[in-house]
Unconditional design. Structure first.
Length: 134
């Protein structure tokens, strides 16, 4: 493998449409993949795993790839840790409030939009929450 694997453009575009629809959110390249932030806090990060790289993600997802994963904050009201510990979800060990989701043809994009919005809400000041669509 040469260079860092990147998520497919159609997946990044779908996530971009969700994430940049949130007030004051911005997109930037991450150490691998793409992330969306509010201020300096990341509320969504998409990564491509191939040949076991990046190893922390491959280990957390339980697969060497190829696959694409999204990580987001799990400090969500009504959060059910058991639900988010089963495929297609996984729990990365590096932060207690992070959940991973394998993205594939079966991905429910409405669910992804809801999870991203909840992740965003967990990080933003209340003045921005008030600007969100109900």
């Amino acid at each position: 493998m040469t260079g860092r694997p990147q998520p497919k453009p159609d997946i990044v575009s779908a996530l971009r449409a969700i994430c940049l629809g949130l007030p004051e959110a911005h997109e930037e390249p991450a150490w691998t993949g793409t992330r969306w932030r509010i201020g300096k806090q990341t509320f969504a990060h998409v990564v491509r795993i191939e040949d076991g790289w990046p190893p922390a993600y491959a280990s957390a997802a339980g697969l060497p790839g190829p696959l694409t994963v999204l990580t987001f904050r799990s400090t969500i009201a009504g959060f059910d840790p058991l639900h988010y510990a089963q495929a297609p979800f996984f729990r990365p060990p590096w932060f207690a409030d992070i959940v991973g989701l394998r993205l594939d043809a079966a991905t429910d994009w409405d669910e992804v939009a809801g999870l991203i919005a909840a992740s965003y809400r967990a990080l933003v000041p209340q003045k921005l929450v008030a600007r969100l669509k109900p």
